[in-house]
Design a protein around this ligand. Structure first.
Ligand code: APR
Length: 236
């Protein structure tokens, strides 16, 4: 049974209306990473960091999964072998489309974390520095997202999946941020066929055996239909 491992990035959610980071007009052209997405930024101005994530949390909660998210859910349901989705995205659109067991290596907007005691819970739509941890009471609540300089979540698990992959696909990611940018190399070392689905060549495009150049909402359903042998091409 072929094991398929899929990495997704902001590009898969672009057609659901959520911004990417490095495209023209992207999130990092309006906010500096060092002001809103590092532990130092949070220590310096927690209110500003919460405002940044509150806006994204509210926007993500109102977004709908698109045909690409739906196609990956169909692939998980229809493929006889294991299909593992690892996402860099902090939105919940894979789950909203019906995908299961999604590995959020950069965390999730919908979850909160206490920096004092490590408790995690479902975040309120808007968080603030005055929120008290429901566990220990400390006013140390933060979005449960991975900031620059922090370790991504569940990397051991991800590397194990890559070591056993027969097919690896990277969808909608620029390949600018490590360790995710190195996943294709890992998968290729394990003998996987590596596919990049992106309108543009990523920074690590040369690590892939195949490229499907186009928007996720068109290319992912077509790719899934090929994998499921035509059975997966029901229209949305
Ligand atoms: N369909 C598919 N891909 C698209 C689409 C689309 N409709 N629109 C844009 N893209 C591609 C772009 O070509 C680009 O390669 O999506 C990619 C977006 O790249 P980034 O904005 O860098 O997003 P991502 O790769 O997910 O960033 C990785 O960086 O800032 C951190 O933690 C953040 O998880 C994020 C990580």
């Amino acid at each position: 049974m072929e094991k398929i491992v899929i990495l997704t990035g902001a590009g898969i959610s672009a057609e659901s209306g959520l911004g990417t980071f490095r495209d023209a007009g992207g999130i990092w052209s309006e906010n500096r990473i060092e002001d809103v997405a590092t532990p130092e930024a949070f220590a310096r101005d927690a209110a500003r960091v919460h405002r940044f994530y509150n806006a994204r949390r509210v926007q993500a909660a109102a977004a709908e999964p698109n045909a690409a998210h739906a196609a990956l859910a169909r692939l998980q349901a229809g493929h006889p072998g294991e299909v593992v989705i690892v996402t860099q995205n902090v939105d919940g659109l894979h789950e909203a489309a019906g995908s299961r067991g999604v590995i959020h290596m950069h965390g999730e907007l919908a979850r909160a974390l206490c920096a004092a005691c490590g408790l995690r819970w479902d975040a309120a739509p808007e968080m603030s520095p005055s929120d008290a941890c429901p566990g220990c009471g400390a006013r140390a609540c933060r979005p449960d997202v991975v900031w620059f300089g922090e370790m991504p979540y569940r990397m051991e698990e991800v590397l194990d999946h890559l070591a056993g992959a027969d097919v690896f696909a990277a969808i909608g990611t620029s390949g600018e941020v490590w360790p995710a940018a190195g996943f294709a190399q890992e998968a290729a070392l394990a003998g996987a066929h590596c596919v990049e689905i992106n309108p543009e060549a990523s920074a690590v495009a040369s690590d892939f055996h195949e490229a499907r150049r186009g928007r996720a909402s068109e290319m992912v359903p077509a790719w899934v239909a090929d994998l499921l042998g035509g059975a997966g091409d029901q229209s949305l």
